[in-house]
Every structure is written in C-alpha cells, then in structure tokens.
Design a protein around this ligand. Structure first.
Ligand code: GLA
Length: 382
C-alpha cells in the first residue's frame, strides 16, 4: 500500500520510487558543465499513478494531508502551481511540452527524504513522478531523458534554475557505487564506493539551519559564473583549468574571480577524487579533498552558514578524515568521512558544538550508496 488507495479509492497502475542524494564532491559545478560525484541514499520518494479518463491532474501527498490538489492539464503553465504540487505538475507539463501523449492522471506521493536537509527531496519527487508516468504511458524515455524532464520541471516550471546533479543521482546511481558524471556530455561512470569494506563510514549531519535566501542567491551565483565565462571567452567555466586561473582571475572583479576560482578548483577536486577511487587508493585520502571543497564553498563561493561551518569544524576536530557541506548551501547538511569506530563520537561532537553555539540541534545518520530509481510492485486493494 502506498496511500494512493486511501485517497483515490482504487489501486495505482504504476509505482516508482526515487532516492535522495548526498553529493560526495562537485558542488555548484553542474550548471557550469562540470563534474559531480554523488551517491543515491536509502531514503526515497514513492510516486503512485493511475490513468484518468479525462484531462484532469489530481495530486495528493501523504506528507501534506488534505484533499487532492486538482487542475486541468490545459491550465498547466510555469508558475501555475506553488509548493510541492509544482514538482509533479511540472513533470506532467515537461512531458507534454515534448508533445508526448500524457493525459489525465491521479498521482500520490509519499516518502522519507527529509525536506530542507539538502538531500534533494524535491528532485526525488520529480524523478519518481517522471519514471512512473514514463511507465504508465509507455513513453519509452531513457533514464537520461528522464533526467532532462525532471530538471526541466524544476528549472522552467518551478523556477529554480538548477543543474542536473540531483536528478542524475536519483535516476542513474547504482548501489555500492558513486556516480561520476560529466554534466556537459552526461557521460557517466559508476565507481565502486564501499566505505564499510575499508572500515569507514559516511556520516551526515542535518544542521536544521533554516534555508536562507537560497533561490535568489543560487540564481546570482549562477549568473556570476555565466558572466565570468562570457568575459573569459569560454562556453562554460568547465573549460578552464587550474593552470588558467593565473591569467583568468585578473580579468574579473574580485567577487566574480572568487566564484570562478571555486568552480575551477572544485572540478579539479572531483577529477582527483574519481581518480583516487578508481585506482583503488585508500578512500581516507578523499578526506583532504572534501575539506578543501568546504573551505572553497565557504571562502570563495560564500554559500555556507555558521551552522554548516560549526558542524564541519567539529567533525574535523573529532578526527574526521574530511568534512564538507553538500547541496546548494545556505543551510542543509554536512557529510563527514570517519573511521567506522569513530562514528558515534563524531556525531556527538557535532551535536555538542551546535548546541554550544546556540544553533538548532542537528540530526545525524550514516549513509551508504543506494540504488537509483526503481519500479515497485503494486499490492492490490483487499
Ligand atoms: C542544488 C541544485 C543542483 C546543484 C547543487 C549545488 O542541489 O539543485 O543542481 O547545483 O545545488 O551543487
């Protein structure tokens, strides 16, 4: 049972679940056509769908009780819906924009990806819905095409000008592997990522910091990167290497230069991290790359907040091999790479540091690389 039956009084015809993600490294690189290295996590959004004989879309969410939101498909246009219904509706809109034969549908969402924790709960909604509707109408879209649909829903319909990191992780990731993705070509490699086999643990701390200014600040960061690329005469900042920075930064104002330096050095760190994992090096060696990423996001990209910095500092002081914020920033979560034996001690240190600083009490948990979106079996109504 997914809750669909209770709301709509019949069984769903297709059920798909799509996971949230933790980005190991490669932050604010995706909209610069750069590199990312996320894993999917074992927290998922489940979308259950069934055809309707008309052109009406009905949307229900287990996390948002109340009668279903409904709209006629002809009324779907960017900005038409707000909050959570905008994500599933945006997917329906994006499919119809491709002139695919998508008509009326009842749709129910449930799941356990925490909202506001920077683990991409909204992308997981869009991905679960895109995969479920692809199945329901037998549209034949590949996973890569579903990434584009879910991303378009979020950027063009909801109005958050995101890259493709979150949707790629949710739809393309494989269990036990990190996803190395070139966001320009969408070429992907699945790199074994089995930390427990090395006596390691990936600890996540959700700082519970309220997301501040995230949409506007995100769009400004993106605009600044695009401006830098234009000034420097490249298609995207991905086209610069660390060796180019010496001459490139002098042509930019101080703020744009810092933003550019973050993106260029972060791309180099992703390549280093992927190479390290692919050559079978001890994953503890990822640690310094993770911490350097955090410092760059703090000092050059300026997307951290005190809650994130406090959590990272506390993890490092407790002996973590490396730690960083992940996701857009301005709130959300940090990850820490720790010896498995130190996991509880590190978690306690992060909570104690937050409390001492007068910040909200973080929640901490361990994550491992989980599978990407998959079809679920449908249980008939009894
Ligand atoms: C958000 C966006 C992603 C990506 C990250 C930062 O999660 O949705 O596309 O830009 O921020 O790396």
């Amino acid at each position: 049972m997914t809750g669909f039956d209770d709301v709509f009084g019949r069984s769903p015809e297709a059920v798909w679940q799509a996971p949230g993600r933790v980005n190991i490294i490669g932050e604010h690189t995706d909209y610069n056509e750069g590199f990312v290295l996320p894993i999917a996590v074992p927290l998922c959004i489940r979308a259950s769908v069934a055809h309707r004989p008309d052109n009406v879309l009905r949307l229900a969410s287990a996390q948002m009780p109340g009668p279903p939101v409904h709209t006629d498909l002809s009324a779907l246009r960017p900005g038409a819906l707000r909050d959570w219904p905008a994500y599933p509706a945006g997917v329906v809109w994006a499919l119809r924009e491709r002139t695919l034969p998508v008509a009326g549908v009842d749709l129910h969402i449930t799941g356990d990806v925490p909202a506001g924790a920077g683990m991409s709960s909204s992308a997981a909604v869009a991905c679960a819905v895109a995969a479920a509707l692809n199945d329901l109408w037998d549209l034949g879209l590949s996973r890569t095409e579903l990434v584009a649909v879910a991303q378009q829903a979020e950027s063009d319909f909801v109005g958050m000008p995101c890259g493709s990191l979150d949707q790629s992780a949710s739809l393309l990731a494989e269990e036990g592997h990190a996803l190395f993705l070139d966001t320009r070509t969408l070429a992907a490699r699945h790199i074994p990522f089995d930390l427990p086999a090395h006596g390691l643990s990936l600890l996540v701390a959700d700082t519970k910091a309220p997301h501040r200014l995230v949409d506007g600040a995100y769009a400004r960061r993106r605009a600044s990167c695009e401006q830098a690329a234009r000034t420097l005469g490249v298609r995207a900042l991905r086209d610069l290497t660390v060796a180019d920075l010496g001459t490139a930064l002098g042509q930019l104002d101080a703020v744009t230069a810092r933003r550019t330096r973050h993106v260029v050095t972060e791309n180099a760190r992703v390549l280093d991290a992927a190479a390290l994992l692919e050559t079978g090096t001890d994953p503890r060696r990822l640690g310094p790359l993770l911490t350097a990423s955090h410092w760059s996001l703090r000092d050059d990209y300026e997307v951290t907040v005190p809650e994130l910095d406090t959590a990272v500092d506390a993890a490092l002081a407790a002996g973590a091999h490396g730690a960083r914020m992940f996701g857009a920033g301005f709130g959300g979560s940090v990850l820490a790479l720790v010896d498995a034996a130190d996991r509880n001690r590190t978690a306690t240190a992060i909570v104690a540091a937050a409390t001492a600083a007068g910040h909200p009490r973080p929640t901490t948990f361990e994550v491992a690389a989980a599978p990407g979106a998959r079809r679920m079996s449908i249980h008939p109504v009894r």
